[in-house]
Design a protein around this ligand. Structure first.
Ligand code: ASP
Length: 328
């Protein structure tokens, strides 16, 4: 959970920024907002509390003048490998048949992209997505075909056993088998990451086990380019988290990037996308969705439907959590 302490920390930093511009952090943000002034880079952002550890790995690459593409791949691999994580990687909660299926996507500054969906028993779907992008003429591979592609390219086949915590929770769920999305499950959901490197190039990644106890074969927004994540190096990058069906209906991340192209700030673009989502999803009150965006100037913003969406931001001044503003 985003603790009150972390929230206050974030708010305090933001008020320093707004009121005085004294801190290095605040000054950087303020300057980037004005035309003609230096771009704030490198910078990396990712969704939820698990974003902190992922940002740390991404930052190491960015700080050494590495590429945003490498940063967003290696960053989210930390989350995929975290055995405590119940919503990303193989330790996550399974679908309703007890099988963990993973979705991931990646996109770079050239508009190249790759994705995998419904992938079983592979530890790093994001690395497979990158390989789809770099080694095939395709964008999206799914299911057994995606798994075969991964195995053919040297990824090991992992055990099909659930992680101990996932197994415990799945057994408990089986007692009622209630199929209902829960808002902010333990505040751990998809990890979406967007970054701007020292050369001014943007990239994005997104990886998840999707909705817990989903129907077998269900695919969410995360591996769908333009829904769960999108990058346009002329404009900005965006990613989404939350109930994927609602994001798919509005091509959420693409919409955020297009709104930035029209001149909206990253936060305004995320807010407008949330409003569009509400208009197209009559059941919006029962779900959570959050958008995170970054533009070419290094300005960022986030907005969610319900309270509780947090994100991590790392730049030269540190790696910190923030709470997004929300509609409801
Ligand atoms: N967006 C993901 C999905 O619907 C889940 C999430 O972000 O929690 O698959």
């Amino acid at each position: 959970m985003t603790t009150r302490r972390k929230f206050i920390q974030g708010s305090a930093l933001l008020s320093v920024l707004t009121l005085s511009g004294v801190s290095k952090w605040g000054k950087a943000l303020t300057l980037a907002g004005q035309a003609g002034l230096p771009v704030r880079k490198p910078v990396v952002l990712s969704t939820w509390d698990h974003g902190l550890a992922a940002n740390e790995a991404a930052w190491k690459i960015l700080a050494a003048n590495g590429k945003a593409l490498d940063a967003v791949e290696k960053g989210v691999m930390v989350t995929e490998a975290d055995i405590r994580n119940l919503s990303v990687g193989l330790s996550a909660l399974p679908d309703r048949d007890g099988i963990v299926t993973l979705d991931a996507s990646i996109m770079d500054e050239k508009g190249r992209c790759g994705a995998v969906a419904c992938l079983e028993r592979i530890k790093h779907p994001i690395a497979v997505a990158r390989m789809v992008m770099e080694k095939t003429p395709h964008v999206l591979m799914v299911g057994s075909g995606a798994q075969k592609f991964a195995l053919d390219n040297g990824f090991p086949l992992e055990s099909e056993k659930l992680s101990p915590e996932a197994e415990k929770q799945y057994k408990a769920w089986l007692k009622t088998s209630q199929y209902k999305p829960i808002i902010n499950i333990e505040n751990h959901d998809t990890i979406g990451m967007i970054a701007l490197d020292a050369d001014g190039n943007l990239s994005g990644s997104c990886t998840t086990s999707g909705l817990a106890y989903k129907m077998h074969g269900r695919v969410g927004d995360s591996p769908i380019i333009g829904a769960g994540m999108y990058v346009d190096n002329e404009v900005g990058a965006a990613c989404a988290t939350g109930l994927g069906e609602t994001v798919l209906r509005i091509c959420g991340s693409y919409l955020v990037v297009e709104l930035m192209r029209q001149g909206l700030s990253p936060m305004e673009a995320c807010r407008k996308a949330v409003e569009r989502l509400m208009a197209k999803n009559p059941d919006y009150k029962d779900v959570q969705v959050g958008f995170l965006a970054l533009n070419k100037k290094g300005e960022h913003g986030a907005y969610s439907l319900q309270k509780g969406f947090s994100y991590a931001l790392a730049d030269a001044t540190g790696n910190k959590m923030f709470d997004a503003k929300s509609k409801l």
